[in-house]
Design a protein around this ligand. Structure first.
Ligand SMILES: Cc1cc2nc3c(=O)[nH]c(=O)nc-3n(C[C@H](O)[C@H](O)[C@H](O)COP(=O)(O)OP(=O)(O)OC[C@H]3O[C@@H](n4cnc5c(N)ncnc54)[C@H](O)[C@@H]3O)c2cc1C
Length: 394
């Protein structure tokens, strides 16, 4: 194939790249190509837990979570397919006084940003969800319409939406090897030939965003680290199921229903950046065993259950857990999820399409999404987003 010309070329066919292409098409951005070095969704997207939480720790997080939820549901309706979204309600649990105070402040921030969010005292929590040992917690924040998507269904829908769009071409097994300036646009060299594009969107994910940006001398602080998951096939007779999502932020684990059982996701705070380049990583059984007593005590229905599946994979992170939505050089855009690409992916695609077509991102604080924030002096008034997995400091 020789010199295909596009208005926008998206590098990466994960949740972010696919949603970007789909939203570009909805906005009539011209001919769009997606170049994916493997198969669509086959990176972090398919390995994720799919939690979709509007209860963010910053204005940006709340708005992106809310918009993503809406977009997942809208796409399901549009395609007349299961959206993949399952609404369960979601408790974020406070273990310390400091968390309790911080979480209560976040309830206000979230309400101002447009979502329903309540503070739940342990007594009320016990009444609503007696399956949890509320004596361990000082309360929780709760949103009733949070939940999760089944990652394979979400990936299928986004890929199908892209394949159904006349103005988008999807190239799988198409690795982007170099990006060069060419006139007012870019020449993109791939394993499947050379493309010309007016604009390029780098949505290369934990194992590509940094490398692809490096091709045009842009430094992007997207790193990868291990995050791991176990699933249990079914809860014991009499246990409430489905149950609401639970996040013990301080310990870096969360629990959600999975078919008739449960899924637990966990991140070790001592994990370092993983520079192997692999998506699939070794499961850290020792860490799993060290954390297991905690969730078994908190949610006794999980105690002693057999494991049906376990895996560890590369999760992306940025230094402040927030996304990157920016035009790093004229016509070269960077999109990264900061480790929240399932709960924010649709909204990030929407916002990136907005930036490409309209030249600006509406309704989000610029200093929570731009690339420049990593090299500026930190704003002392900016409150860090604390509702996130523990990621490495480097
Ligand atoms: C175990 C686990 C659990 C998680 N759970 C959640 C969760 O519950 N909720 C949540 O919001 N997030 C979760 N995440 C994070 C989420 O999966 C990611 O943030 C999200 O998938 C990132 O999407 P992406 O499109 O940026 O990356 P990816 O899905 O990795 O897609 C990037 C794509 O770019 C392609 N690519 C890279 N370089 C090139 C190149 N040079 N040329 C062509 N193609 C290229 C890759 O092959 C890949 O398919 C989890 C992650 C893991 C690992």
């Amino acid at each position: 194939m020789e010199r295909e010309a596009y208005d926008v070329l998206v590098v990466g066919g994960g949740n972010l790249g696919l949603w970007t292409a789909y939203e570009l098409s909805r906005r009539g951005a011209g001919r769009v190509a997606v170049c994916e070095r493997g198969w669509c969704g086959g990176g972090a997207t398919i390995r994720s837990a799919g939690v979709v939480r509007q209860q963010g720790g910053s204005e940006t997080a709340v708005k992106l979570g809310r918009l993503s939820r809406e977009l997942y549901l809208r796409l399901g309706e549009e395609l007349e397919l299961d959206s993949g979204f399952v609404q369960t309600g979601y408790y974020i649990l406070a273990e310390t006084e400091e968390e309790r105070e911080g979480f209560r402040r976040l309830v206000e921030l979230r309400r101002e940003a447009g979502i329903e969010n309540d503070w739940v005292e342990p007594g009320e929590g016990r009444r609503r969800f007696p399956g949890l040992d509320w004596d361990r917690y000082l309360g929780a924040t709760y949103t009733a319409d949070d939940g999760y998507v089944h990652p394979p269904v979400a990936a299928r829908n986004a890929a199908y939406a892209v394949l159904s769009a006349d103005d988008v071409d999807l190239f799988e097994m198409c690795r982007v090897e170099a990006v060069e300036e060419a006139g007012s646009g870019w020449r993109v060299l791939t394993g499947r030939g050379i493309f010309e594009a007016e604009r390029v969107v780098d949505a290369g994910g934990p194992r590509g965003a940094r490398e692809v940006a490096g091709m045009v001398d842009v430094e992007v602080p997207v790193m990868a680290t291990r995050h791991q998951i176990v699933t249990f096939p079914r809860l014991p007779e009499g246990a409430e199921h489905p149950f609401p999502l639970l996040f013990v932020v301080g310990k870096g684990y969360y629990v959600r229903p999975e078919e008739r059982g449960a899924l637990v996701g966990m991140s070790n705070p001592l994990e370092a950046a993983d520079r192997s380049g692999d998506y699939q990583l070794a499961f850290d059984r020792e860490y799993y065993e060290s954390l297991r007593p905690d969730w078994e005590a908190a949610f006794p229905a999980l105690a002693g259950l057999p494991v049906s599946r376990s895996w560890a994979a590369s999760i992306d992170y940025t230094p402040d857990h927030l996304p990157i939505i920016d035009e790093a050089r004229e016509g070269f855009y960077v999109l990264a999820a900061g480790g929240h690409g399932m709960m924010w992916g649709p909204a990030l695609g929407y916002k990136m399409a907005e930036l490409v077509v309209e030249g600006r991102v509406g309704d989000l604080p610029p200093d929570e999404i731009d690339l420049g924030r990593f090299s500026r002096e930190p704003d002392p008034d900016r409150v860090p987003d604390t509702i996130a997995l523990p990621f490495p400091k480097d």
